[in-house]
Design a protein around this ligand. Sequence first.
Ligand SMILES: [Zn+2]
Length: 323
Amino acid sequence: MPADQGHLIHNNILERFARLNTSGRLAHAYLFVGPAGIGKRDTARAVAKLVNCLAPGGFRPGCDCASCRKTEAGNHPDVYVVHREADRQELRAELIRDLMERFNLRVWEGRMRVGIILNAEDMNTVAQSVFLKTLEEPAPKTLLILTASQSGLLLPTIVSRCQPVYFFQLGYAELAEWIKNEYHVEPVEAAALARFGQGSPGRVRELGPGFLGTRNGIIDEFIMARDGESAVKAYCADRDSARIFLEVILTFFRDVTLIRRGLGAEYLIHADRIEAARTLAARYSDEDLDRIVEQAVSAIRGAGEYMNVKVAVMLLKELMRKP
Ligand SMILES: [Zn+2]
């Protein structure tokens, strides 16, 4: 398995680190700032691989050299990843002390020691003061990477001693590429999932690889079917699934409307289901579509109350049933 398969790596940031590393201009400490689930951890691990990579041509994501393989497996002797233990509220100072002690040892196998502190805002104030000492007296050949979604919880003295690296939302193309590798789906399906997830990796993870099957079920067994009752039982059983059910209907009919206006696959959310959307574009008038979309929107608004949703869904089916 390629070493970086399924990782959410921000290539622009990785390339910046590659340039700094080649020219010997790496700083001692970096603070990766950005929303949770955006790929800070995976990118930090890729940087840890990069600085110790043994590949002759330099590091590329997916590198399978001995050093990158160890970092991936979590057993590289010079790469330490620290995070809050699952049963604790805070990241304990002992873990930071332990990291500092390791930094005082020699470099074992790599060119550099890398310490990664995940969700650094989990450090309690004692841990943060201990950590501050590491920043004030940096050991040679060390690289520290902190990740944080709320850097406001970190001591200003820590923030000011780290180079900030900001993580912004991935583009749809990068997200689709990640989905394709992570879920082993066709590119056109990956694109549909990225668009339906509104470009948010966190939302895409929530939907999961099973989403495409669910969505196809909703399209085939409810939207395209004459009678949709069994689909409602299967895909609309609680409040959360009802919401997804309605969003699939809404976004699919949005696609149908765009096809009727002469727009092509590149404008669609469910481009991989364009044939089904074309069938409906021929079946319904613009007025029909307006009514269906309007009803779907009002059903989503009422989705907080599950009983209303069931009624709204059956009303929707009524509108979709052409004589
Ligand atoms: Zn490598």
